[in-house]
Design a protein around this ligand. Structure first.
Ligand SMILES: [Zn+2]
Length: 58
């Protein structure tokens, strides 16, 4: 999302692109790694959320 690399220092979260409650699977094409900060931003702002979904389709 922010094009930063992951490291033990930054840490990461596994984000489900489609929520499991909405029928999302645990397969790799439904999972993405995000920094904890990016993950928080994604859930806080719906505007960047939709832009982000376009990014991961590309
Ligand atoms: Zn990030």
């Amino acid at each position: 999302m922010c094009e930063q690399f992951f490291s033990k220092e930054t840490g990461w979260n596994i984000h489900h692109i489609m929520r499991k409650t909405q029928g999302g699977s645990d397969s790799l094409d439904n999972l993405v790694m995000l920094h904890p900060n990016c993950h928080r931003q994604l859930h806080h702002s719906s505007g960047t959320g939709s832009r982000y979904r376009e990014l991961i389709k590309a």
